[in-house]
Design a protein. Structure first.
Length: 88
């Protein structure tokens, strides 16, 4: 995932967050489930950032994310978290 910040993440997926794997079960199939997962992960990360940082800092940070991200899935999650923030 090419996001505008470094991140190390260990995933243990189950339940509603299923991902399709190849027949050897060692690689993720890059399909709609994968894109949806990346959008939801971006949403959760951005939502938690907005809950833990001052509002003026979040606005600046989100602007930088939008300028520097080339990942559409990240941008979808970012926009979703901003809409949630505005509705609160």
């Amino acid at each position: 995932m090419l996001w505008p910040f470094p991140m190390l993440i260990v995933l243990d997926l189950n339940g509603i967050n299923d991902l399709d794997l190849n027949s050897a079960r060692n690689k993720i199939v890059l399909n709609e489930l994968w894109h949806s997962f990346k959008q939801n992960l971006a949403f959760i990360i951005c939502k938690k950032l907005s809950e833990n940082l001052k509002e003026e800092y979040v606005s600046t940070l989100y602007s930088l994310f939008r300028e520097n991200s080339k990942n559409n899935n990240f941008l979808v999650g970012l926009e979703k978290s901003q809409k949630l923030l505005k509705n609160q």
